[in-house]
Design a protein. Sequence first.
Length: 521
Amino acid sequence: MNPLKKAEITKILTNRFADDPFTSIKQLPHPHQLKDAQKAARLIAAAIQNNQNILVVGDYDVDGVTSCVIMEKFFHLISYQNARYIIPNRFSDGYGINPLIVEKNPADLIITVDNGISAFETGEYCKQNGITLIITDHHTIKDALPTADAIINPQQTDCPFPQKEICGASLAWYLCNAIKLEMGLSIQLIGLLDLVSIATIADMMPLKAVNKLLVKAGLKQFITSNAPANTILKSHLKSTHITAQDIAFSIAPLINSAGRMRDGDIAAKFLLSTDLAQAQAHYQTLSTLNQARKNTTQEILQSAQKSLLIGENCVIAHGTHWHEGVLGIVAANLSALYQRPAIVLSQKDNTFKGSARSYGDTNLIEAIKMQAGFLTRFGGHAQAVGLELEKENLEPFFASLQNTPMPKISQISTEEILGVLDLADIDTELLEILEHFEPYGQGNPQPSFSCHQLKVTATKTFKSLHQQLELSSTSWKQKAMLFFCKEFYQTNDAVDISFYLQREPDNSPLMVLKTITKCPL
């Protein structure tokens, strides 16, 4: 196979977005394209004018936390003081809004963010008690909608918004824009897009169309932001060229660790910090929780691999009293390891409760929805699902999944290896070409390449885990990194590799190896 040239790489990546009409932030859809957004804005504007008590109810993951922070910052921008937020605790409150939360937190108007589309009991409670309920959620709708005064969810079949798969923080931001329009305000809300970009990446939304624009603009806001939390987050990143991968692998897990291990409000307070000292104190707490999250994840991952049900369509791991906060991460690890969707369940009494993560272009929520008869509860979206079932249904559920064709997400691109690359073409010009098509992530995978018959000319090992290699082909040499080595390579080894490129602090390109195998000299 002939090596790819830079012009061919540009053409391949350009074609990924050939049918994408959204190329500029000015082309973002109007807020009123979201069904009920204008109706919700009118209700909120009236509540503000009457100085009513407004309560925002979020979720404990990155998307739910940032959605609450967006709403809180918006109300601060317009100097409205009779609004507050609450983030349910995973362990004491469970997921999403419920009547007990409403009863404990009296309000005239409630806005849910990143939850609520299954809040049937809460909808009836609010109706009976004269509480205005506005639901904003992006999760898949089941058979019916709860009672509410307005429901903003692009998954509704009669919602004309041009992209169905957007996150809760995006909807919160759009709702703020709708309120701004309704009240004739002159404030700027683009500064809140840093939070939208973090949530979109963390919630594994496809980085195409509207999402691509929001993340691209949000990353710019994050990079230039002087907000205390952002300043601290950036100071702990190893790269000065901040990408979606930095958000996905460094920032999102840190923010998520609060809700996973203790309480999501810790992360919200960090993001809302008004000075560096305050932000630093919250960051230290998050950092400690994040390390605990890593340790717990590793322990459960090791146990999970001893209890696996392995099928063609998915894998299921189950154990007793596993920490609920990390089951989704363990599922993501197993999904990557076994290259298929993974479900991880923790048993308490005769009930299994857990999380599932998709793989590739499998539409996981649709696959799970077809097994609804085995489940007591489930919810989520194409990439991530939460579920609960009785012990007696575990094996029938697994067997049924294996016998059901897995539905696909048509808009997800799984193309990653673009082709063979010559070492001579790896330079800053190629980096600039690749960076032009960022952000990379779900739906827009980071371009990877392959090289064959390279020679290892130098090696360096770090922490007995990682290895830096100098690879050569004829007269060209290039630095590469292999992380979490299964084996270590020696000088003069011949290897075939697949890799992606990232920019080093000195702006030189670094090959990050995805696969490496020895080959005959």
